[in-house]
Design a protein around this ligand. Structure first.
Ligand code: NAP
Length: 299
């Protein structure tokens, strides 16, 4: 059963999953004039979207059959498979395109692709680099993996969600690789920021001023990310801007400063350990990105 059904010629899209991100995706489609059908396990979360003009399906099969394209945005791939486990829902995929925007691993994405294909559907897998409030704006960035012809068919629809929608390869796992790589980068920054905040707090200094200071580093950080990528890709560790040895010394100071201030030392201890291993391995005169040679060794 579909509530709020209206006759319309607008392009149709279905969104399964109305958590913080799914609600933002469905909301952006509504704002951009799509005919949106939604379904969520907990039906309470559908009310706001229904008031905004979405059709609310009473089960996922009806939701999928309402459009040729269905966006999935639930916690992870395991949650997605719980939605698709019944034969009636699985059979609704035939001849339709699913765009999986739930987070997962490359293995999750590849096995979901095999399963969707076996049911006669097409799959694109994606990663969202945005907060929910940025969805539908030029600030949002979405990576998409999957067959190029399917991506080309869906590109206009996906551009309703993000200023940049980038196809990253036909391997269905490619987007998960990049999303998890970006998560590693971001989480490292978050932990680093919080350790910096501890140092400020310990001296009664304002953490919001520290945040503003780091905002001023943003251009330098983006140049640095591109530089590290090129150094590692092209094996250019012998053209250092700074060396492993110099950074190792700076990190020893960070650890001692944290100890002197009686702060948590988990992060500086880890950093000293990684750079120390790189020094011990003989990379001390190479550029700081050479720590990847230590990290390449699986524990
Ligand atoms: P959320 O607010 O916690 O919502 C989770 C959604 O998953 C809800 O709709 C929930 O349904 C549904 N769900 C969980 N288990 C389910 C199951 N077994 N069967 C059916 N539905 C199930 O999470 P979110 O922030 O929207 O994130 C959704 C995805 O977007 C995640 O993969 C996340 O990594 C990704 N993402 C989020 C952000 C962000 O800033 N929020 C940014 C980038 C990517 P109920 O409402 O019924 O519980």
């Amino acid at each position: 059963m579909i509530e709020n059904n209206r006759k319309t010629n607008r392009q149709r899209v279905t969104v399964l999953g109305l958590g913080k991100m799914g609600r933002a995706l469905a909301g952006a489609f509504l704002t951009k004039g799509f005919h949106v059908t939604v379904w969520n396990r907990n039906p309470d979360k559908t009310r706001v979207l229904m008031e905004g003009g979405a059709d609310v399906a009473s089960n996922p099969e009806i939701a999928i059959r309402a459009s040729t394209t269905t966006i999935i945005c639930v916690s992870d791939y395991q949650a997605s498979m719980q939605i698709f486990h019944s034969e009636s829902v699985a059979s609704a995929i035939k001849g339709r395109v699913l765009v999986q925007l739930s987070s997962g691993t490359a293995k999750d994405a590849r096995s979901f692709d095999t399963w969707v294909t076996s049911k006669g559907g097409e799959l694109l897998t994606g990663g969202i680099a945005a907060w929910p409030n940025q969805i539908g704006t030029s600030e949002a960035f979405i990576t998409i993996a999957g067959r190029m012809n399917v991506f080309n068919q869906q590109k206009d629809l996906l551009q309703a969600l993000a200023g940049t929608v980038s196809h990253v390869g036909e391997d269905p796992g490619a987007s998960a690789v990049l999303t998890n790589a970006a998560m590693a980068y971001l989480a490292g920054n978050w932990i680093g920021f919080c350790h910096g905040a501890l140092l400020c707090e310990s001296e009664g200094m304002r953490v919001d001023e520290f945040g503003k200071l780091m905002e001023g580093f943003s251009t330098m950080l983006s140049i640095e990310a591109r530089h590290m990528g090129e150094v590692i890709q092209k094996d250019r560790f012998n053209e250092p801007k700074t060396t492993v040895e110099t950074v190792a010394n700076d990190l020893a100071l960070l650890l001692r400063h944290s100890q002197e201030a009686s702060l948590n030392t988990e992060l500086p201890t880890l950093l000293v350990s990684i750079f120390g291993k790189a020094v011990d391995a003989g990379y001390h005169k190479e550029g700081h990105a050479a720590i990847i040679k230590v990290l390449r060794t699986a524990l």
